[in-house]
Design a protein around this ligand. Structure first.
Ligand code: DC
Length: 219
């Protein structure tokens, strides 16, 4: 079983995907990590984020192991890291270079320790449209920019990162503009769209589990 969860930043995709992965015994790929890994290498190497050649070279050389190593750097999920990821993700050659790595993940779904999984779950922006167009179930999870900015602000605040709500809202809107300029980020035609603005994580999880259970019964 392959499940994709796309949607804007801080809509709750990651939390939902992790819970579903556990319940349905699926191996999980947070595809934003590939762009964060390239963005972080650009920052660490002091490259201009406009340097498309450098970004493409980092993308071509990225391995799963390297990505996991980079993810331990605190800047990986910082405001600066998020901005860098969004900029490099807009470079078409970077997207092409990172596609095979993402697609290969579900060909033989196993966990990090090599044990087999029942399938794979992806989250990102284009996992239902480009990465796994033949996925069994596709979700598009969204929420208002204000709700998403508040969720992110609380995350940064808990980590002690200096930010203001207004700054995070401004960045959320800017990232949406950048991320959704691409046709591939629009919901897949066969995606189930869920707005989580008024829902708790548990409510979203229950709703999605019902949909998956129903789909499995009918299969
Ligand atoms: O999901 P995230 O915030 O970790 O993603 C980081 C950036 O990567 C985000 O600005 C959009 C981009 N991205 C993308 O273009 N395609 C994906 N499948 C996943 C993320």
């Amino acid at each position: 079983m392959i499940i994709t969860i796309d949607g804007p930043a801080a809509a709750g995709k990651g939390t939902l995907a992790a819970k579903l992965a556990e319940k349905f015994v699926l191996t999980y790929f947070d595809t934003g990590m590939v762009y964060r890994a390239v963005g972080l290498q650009m920052l660490l190497g002091k490259h201009s984020l406009e340097d498309k050649t450098a970004a493409e070279a980092f993308a071509k050389n990225l391995t799963f192991q390297k990505m996991m190593e980079l993810s331990k750097n605190p800047a990986f999920r910082s405001l600066e890291g998020s901005k860098a990821a969004s900029i490099v993700a807009a470079i078409p050659a970077v997207r092409v270079a990172l596609l095979a790595m993402q697609q290969n993940f579900s060909k033989n779904p196993v966990f990090a320790d090599g044990t087999p999984a029942n399938g794979a779950i992806y989250d990102g922006r284009d996992t239902g449209t480009v990465v796994c167009p033949n996925a069994d179930i596709k979700f598009f999870i969204t929420a208002s920019p204000e709700v998403r900015a508040m969720r992110r602000f609380k995350e940064y605040d808990a980590k002690g990162e200096i930010s203001s709500y207004d700054e995070v809202l401004k960045q959320t809107i800017a990232r949406d503009k950048n991320d959704f300029a691409r046709e591939s980020s629009q919901p897949a035609k066969d995606a189930i769209i869920i707005d989580t603005s008024e829902l708790s994580i548990e409510q979203v999880f229950e709703k999605v589990c019902e949909i998956i259970d129903a789909k499995q019964k009918n299969a």
